[in-house]
Write a protein that binds this ligand. Structure first.
Ligand code: HEC
Ligand code: HEC
Ligand code: HEC
Ligand code: HEC
Ligand code: HEC
Ligand code: HEC
Ligand code: HEC
Length: 507
């Protein structure tokens, strides 16, 4: 369902940036109605207000309830009922919404989502096959960097945030225009980022920072995704990896809009002229009635009437209906609904054999090329269940070790491979490197603890696991590890966790 009335969807406080209204009122108002201008919000009643159902795979009852004006999501398992108040909704609802709960200072995903096309509540993407759906999947800063305007993640933690966790709900003007201070001090052109005026790579980077998920996204040493600012090239902060071959399976498998677009001849042959804003005004979505004409005008801005006149006379002028049809495809909830690979049948066959190798969307600095690619392969192998990618990753990891990489993220991944390979002593040495650099990283501490336990250094392992808990009190795996290290106190550690997350339905 698409709401169009500004009054319903965007009360004053939700405007992307009230400081711009005085001079750019039209843009501020129309932007507030777009999906990006409503990308996150407090929960509201949907058209199906309540629902509960049995989830076959888990035998649990799932449901939505309202109490004292608050939206509750609940899970029931044989008489145990865990009802959580919903803190935020992710997604404008143009396609759907996912929901977040806050426990202590940590954010977790709800196993229940809203699907707009079906006007229906159902399991969240990825939860249909979950044998124990609960409110325990961490919501990382990576997820919210794409969906919220501004967040307050605590460095080193998985899903712990300051107060409030989400500082600015919807994506604001600054996410594409950068720092606005100079422009507010002196209102004129040239002192604020205008993506259209950047070099091709920097221009495209603005949209790619959120619209290009690829197979893997790897931050450079010491970087996090939210370090990206409009005006930078993506690779100054992180690089994105996509299948080496231009994929023909675009039709079946969903890939990002940026990737699809780049496969089109329109992009290939227009020497960088075609970009997202060739067709989209990020501040305004055309309504249903205007749409066909709106996009046709974009097409004919390059495909001059003279050259396609005969074509149009024959087939009509709703270009998008034929050349950018809506597709039905999912990748764990992220679907590109409109096929952005503009093509003819003939060029479709060009890319039929899709390999398992990856390539950088754009190469980062030479010093990190191999490191980033290695981390991309290893990181993606589990997700894509590709043995070929895993082997290639390990090979590149070895080569990168020889290049002398020792940053915390790299050391952590190397440590995990040794742990998986049942070489805890080597793993411990690498995790120690990681912990020394990122003393406040709960996961580095936890991994270090696991490796130390593996070589019988029980006291050290215990100290590291307890430190992980101090940094991130809701890090469930740390309690599990402590219960393993101290089997006699397993009950104690379980209780410690339960005190902080009393509603968890533990097996
Ligand atoms: C006091 C009035 C005023 C305010 C407040 C203001 N602007 Fe502007 N803005 C201007 C003027 C004037 C221009 C130049 C327009 C022109 O030359 O046509 C401009 C231009 C711009 C441009 C284009 C810059 C370029 O170099 O191409 C952007 C982007 C922009 N503003 C964004 C913003 C944002 C975002 C805010 C709020 C944070 C904002 N403005 C607040 C007056 C203002
Ligand atoms: C901070 C992350 C982010 C950036 C930067 C970003 N987008 Fe988006 N965009 C999103 C998200 C998230 C959605 C889905 C919003 C929803 O419906 O909840 C979206 C939706 C859209 C849509 C669908 C219509 C709408 O308004 O929701 C278009 C078109 C779009 N983006 C174009 C662009 C273009 C063009 C750029 C670059 C100039 C860009 N985006 C930059 C995150 C981003
Ligand atoms: C790399 C950036 C990125 C990450 C990470 C990401 N998303 Fe998205 N998400 C998008 C964009 C862009 C869209 C809209 C267009 C599309 O489907 O590609 C979207 C669409 C959605 C929608 C549908 C919104 C609508 O249009 O109604 C939901 C819900 C959603 N994402 C939830 C999540 C959750 C929850 C996470 C983290 C656990 C997450 N996403 C991680 C970029 C991202
Ligand atoms: C998703 C990215 C995105 C967001 C968010 C965004 N803009 Fe823009 N803005 C752009 C792009 C891209 C352009 C350049 C469009 C073009 O010239 O093709 C632009 C151009 C502008 C301009 C110059 C227009 C002109 O005619 O030269 C102004 C003013 C502006 N934006 C204001 C705002 C304000 C105010 C907000 C917040 C309410 C905002 N923008 C949010 C992407 C964005
Ligand atoms: C920035 C300019 C630009 C825009 C905007 C643009 N195109 Fe293209 N397009 C090109 C160029 C350049 C080519 C390659 C040369 C040619 O076939 O004319 C091309 C090729 C094509 C082809 C042939 C593809 C193939 O695989 O053989 C189709 C179909 C097409 N465009 C349709 C569209 C449609 C539909 C739109 C609007 C939704 C559009 N284009 C918008 C520049 C553009
Ligand atoms: C040649 C024109 C064209 C270009 C270039 C283009 N888009 Fe689109 N885009 C469309 C059309 C047409 C739709 C469907 C609009 C609708 O039905 O409301 C669309 C829809 C979308 C949507 C809404 C979800 C969906 O899949 O329907 C998002 C998000 C989006 N585009 C992002 C992007 C991004 C990011 C880029 C740059 C990489 C881009 N688009 C470049 C034409 C274009
Ligand atoms: C009814 C469906 C339909 C509509 C509407 C349509 N096209 Fe096409 N178009 C096709 C088909 C079919 C082909 C060529 C055959 C193929 O797919 O192999 C084609 C081919 C093209 C080509 C490539 C020509 C070549 O010589 O390779 C371009 C460019 C193009 N269309 C642009 C447009 C533009 C721009 C519009 C809107 C003004 C448009 N088309 C409207 C179906 C359509």
């Amino acid at each position: 369902m698409r709401f169009t009335s500004l009054l319903i969807v965007a009360p004053l406080a939700a405007w992307a940036d009230a400081r711009c209204i005085a001079c750019h009122a039209g843009i501020v108002e129309s932007y507030a109605k777009t999906g990006m201008g409503r990308s996150m919000s407090r929960p509201r009643a949907e058209s199906q207000v309540q629902r509960s159902w049995w989830h076959d795979v888990s035998g649990r009852r799932m449901g939505i309830d309202w109490r004292d004006g608050k939206m509750l999501h609940f899970v029931e398992d044989r008489g145990n009922r865990a009802a959580h108040e919903i803190a935020w909704a992710v997604g404008s609802g143009n396609e759907g919404k996912s929901y977040l709960v806050q426990i202590g200072h940590s954010l977790f995903q709800s196993p229940i989502s809203w699907y707009s096309a079906r006007l229906f509540w159902d399991m969240s993407p990825g939860y249909h096959i979950d044998a124990r759906p609960d409110f325990n999947r961490p919501v990382t800063a990576e997820c919210l960097t794409c969906h919220a305007g501004q967040i307050s993640p605590i460095a080193g933690t998985q899903n712990r945030y300051g107060n409030p966790a989400i500082v600015e709900e919807a994506i604001g003007c600054g996410r594409c225009h950068g720092d606005v201070a100079a422009h507010l001090a002196k209102a004129e052109r040239g002192n604020i980022v205008n993506p259209a005026k950047l070099s091709r790579e920097r221009r495209d980077s603005v949209c790619e920072s959120c619209h290009l998920s690829g197979e893997a996204r790897i931050p450079n040493p010491g970087r996090v995704f939210s370090d990206f600012r409009p005006g930078m090239q993506l690779e100054e902060v992180f690089s994105v990896y996509v299948p080496l071959k231009k994929s023909s399976d675009t039709v079946l498998k969903v890939i990002s809009h940026s990737e699809q677009m780049a496969s089109s001849k329109c992009a290939e042959m227009s020497a960088g002229k075609l970009w997202c804003a060739s067709c989209h005004d990020p501040h305004k979505q055309p309504n249903e009635r205007e749409k066909a004409a709106y996009y046709r005008d974009r097409c004919v801005s390059c495909h001059a009437k003279e050259s396609i006149g005969a074509h149009v006379a024959k087939v009509g002028d709703d270009c998008v209906k034929c050349h950018m049809p809506r597709t039905r495809s999912y990748d764990g909830g992220h679907a590109a609904f409109t096929d952005h690979w503009i093509r003819t049948k003939k060029s479709e066959n060009r890319f039929l054999d899709r390999g398992e190798l990856l390539r950088a969307w754009r190469e980062p600095a030479a010093a990190v090329q191999k490191r980033n690619l290695a981390l991309a392969y290893v990181g993606n192998a589990a997700k894509s269940r590709s043995l070929a990618r895993y082997r290639e990753g390990v090979r590149l990891l070895n080569e990168s070790m020889q290049e002398g990489h020792r940053d915390a993220a790299f050391a952590g991944v190397v440590g995990l491979q040794y742990l998986r390979d049942k070489q805890p002593a080597r793993a411990a040495a690498w995790f120690q490197v990681a912990v020394q650099q990122e003393t406040a990283s709960s996961l580095a501490r936890l991994n270090f603890a696991a490796a130390l336990a593996g070589i019988g250094k029980t006291d050290d392992a215990k100290r590291e696991a307890e430190e992980a808990i101090r940094l991130e009190p809701l890090l469930e795996e740390a309690y599990a590890l402590l219960a393993e290290i101290e089997p006699k106190r397993a009950g104690f550690w379980k209780d410690q966790y339960r005190k902080l997350a009393p509603k968890r339905i533990l097996p």
